[in-house]
Design a protein around this ligand. Structure first.
Ligand code: AP5
Ligand code: MG
Length: 190
């Protein structure tokens, strides 16, 4: 089993790379953002999620942790996971560690996509023209970025302490960044 986390700020290419990785290595792609967006039409819960997403704030842990655990448990018999957009704070990371432990599996590596804020914002504004995502606008992206810096980026220290971080240049063309990722996976799959 190969278990990965794809990490990075909004617009880094997490979803893009996770899809390619999942296809090539037959992993289960679990995107917390996508899982939350699937719930948007779901009555009161949907309204609550939309409020947080539109403000660029993290949805409360009590909602997202349970959803991710359920989605992962459903696929525990697969070849492994690529977590995308999760974990996003220390509490989520600790909960994921617990999940791994309770199923006697382990984290292979955190793939940290790095890029400048200017490039990330440009990508999201461009995507906003066609994505239909109500959070792909300049105002919300600024707050998503701030949340990344204050709540999510500190996880790099957490995983560095576990020696699980590999930095990937997120500004490379998509398939070039993927080629770098393949060399990392080749090492941990040995
Ligand atoms: P989420 O959906 O996770 O959004 P995000 O982290 O802000 O990131 P994006 O999905 O915008 O970017 P990405 O890194 O996936 O890049 P992508 O591949 O799309 O979260 C949305 C919201 O949901 C959060 O704000 C929060 O409210 C809530 N939420 C989600 N997870 C949560 C959690 N764990 N806890 C609490 N709340 C949570 O690429 C971006 C664009 O760039 C695309 O157009 C793509 O085609 C293009 N692109 C990609 N790679 C390249 C490249 N190498 N070169 C050129 N263009 C590229
Ligand atoms: Mg994404």
């Amino acid at each position: 089993m190969i278990n990965l986390i794809i990490f990075g700020p909004p617009g880094a290419g997490k979803g893009t790379q996770a899809q390619i990785i999942a296809k090539k290595y037959k992993l289960t792609h679990l995107s917390s953002g996508d899982i939350l967006r699937q719930e948007l039409k779901n009555g009161e819960l949907g309204k609550k999620i939309k409020k947080y997403q539109d403000a660029g704030q993290l949805v409360p842990d009590s909602i997202i942790i349970a959803m991710m655990e359920k989605a992962a448990t459903n696929k525990i018999k697969g070849r492994g996971f690529i977590f995308d957009g999760y974990p996003r704070n220390i509490r989520q990371a600790k909960s994921l560690d617990k999940f791994f432990k309770s199923h006697k599996i382990s984290l292979g590596q955190v793939l940290n996509l790095r890029l400048s804020e200017v490039v990330a914002i440009r990508r999201i504004i461009l995507r906003g023209k066609t994505s239909g995502r109500s959070d792909d606008n300049l105002k919300t992206i600024k707050s998503r970025y701030k949340v990344y810096r204050t709540q999510t980026a500190p996880l790099l220290e957490y995983y560095r302490a576990q020696k699980k971080i590999t930095n990937i240049d997120g500004q490379l063309p998509i398939m070039e960044a993927f080629a770098k990722i393949e060399t990392v996976i080749a090492k941990i799959a040995k």
